[in-house]
Write a protein that binds this ligand. Structure first.
Ligand code: GLV
Length: 318
């Protein structure tokens, strides 16, 4: 009986993610020092492996683990698993749902919303010019934040922003009831949702329905001068549509943590655009220390044929 950690699509990425694989191995050994944990490519006989821990695994190798009882994503998202065409349809896929990660991502969203609405860059610029510019607007607190994706993470962000006294609305595929939040559901209410969202935050899972959802049509439905924060996936955004929307003033700025190609290539125009903040997919990095207990619990459940925690719906893709 053994667990395999598969992190990194190719040898370069595997090298970059060595710290991540090691942190996971150590965190699981802290749960049970007798576990047999193997890190790709030192897997031994693939038929020994009962449980797969994956983060951007080498594509095409999952089918070699004929005895694997489950695939555990080492992140909140599972799209990085689904792009592998060879996944056995009967094998359950589970994700991490960790309050530590949720706080992390929500803090990121709130940090960038607050720096925007409190005009942090504006006041810093005035300071550098030694200008005591005490004239309105002093802040943009009357702006409404629209959150796309009101799941575990989105609803937490919506709740905390509303606790800060900010106006929040949400949009997702199924109806939700979060006190103090106006909620919009499905395609038919998408434009209404967009028309209220001065700050648009994408926290959606990546699926065939949500791919390319941040496009010029979407931007055109937002109030003029809207602000975009994408912490979903790079493929949610049509890259070529962002810069014209910023240059025309339809959007006044964008915060991007995720990209179609990661690391973001050095020649990509997003790096140096004055209205774009780029962060290297750090809005929420899985913390093995806090997430290991649920992963270990899932391993025990998988090998004893019990129902798994945080199992995703393969049809829906999240
Ligand atoms: C991060 O992007 C994750 O899916 O956990």
């Amino acid at each position: 009986m053994a667990i395999a950690i598969l992190a990194g699509r190719d040898t370069t990425e595997q090298k970059q993610l060595e710290w991540f694989s090691t942190a996971w191995r150590d965190a699981l050994l802290a749960q049970n020092a007798d576990l047999d944990i193997r890190v790709w490519p030192n897997i031994g006989n693939p038929a020994d492996i009962d449980f797969l821990l994956v983060w951007q695994h080498p594509l095409g190798i999952l089918k070699t683990f004929s005895q694997a009882k489950a695939i555990q994503s080492l992140g909140a998202g599972v799209d990085h698993i689904f792009i592998d065409p060879d996944i056995h349809p009967a094998i359950p896929i589970v994700r991490i749902t960790d309050p530590y990660m949720a706080n992390d991502i929500v803090q990121y969203v709130i940090a960038y919303i607050l720096q925007h609405i409190k005009l942090v860059e504006h006041w810093t610029e005035k300071q550098h010019q030694k200008i005591w510019a005490k004239e309105p607007p002093f802040n943009l607190s009357s702006k409404t934040t629209g959150i796309m994706g009101i799941g575990y993470l989105g609803s937490k962000a919506a709740h905390l922003l509303s606790e800060l006294g900010l106006s929040v609305c949400g949009w997702s595929q199924s109806p939700k009831n979060i006190p103090g939040i106006s909620h919009f559901t499905g395609e038919s209410e998408f434009n209404d949702f967009l028309s209220r969202s001065d700050i648009l935050v994408c926290m959606l899972p990546l699926t065939a329905q949500t791919e390319n959802i941040l496009n010029k049509r979407t931007f055109s439905q937002l109030p003029r001068g809207a602000y975009l924060i994408n912490i979903g996936r790079g493929k949610h955004l049509v890259d070529e549509d962002l810069i014209p929307a910023l240059d025309s003033g339809q959007l006044c700025g964008a915060v991007l943590d995720v990209f179609r190609q990661e690391p973001l290539p050095a020649e990509h125009p997003f790096w140096l655009h004055p209205k774009i903040h780029v962060t290297p997919h750090i809005a929420s990095v899985t913390n093995p220390g806090t997430a290991a207990p649920q992963v270990y619990e899932n391993y025990l459940r998988a090998i004893s044929g019990q129902e798994l925690l945080n199992q995703i719906n393969i049809k829906k893709g999240y």
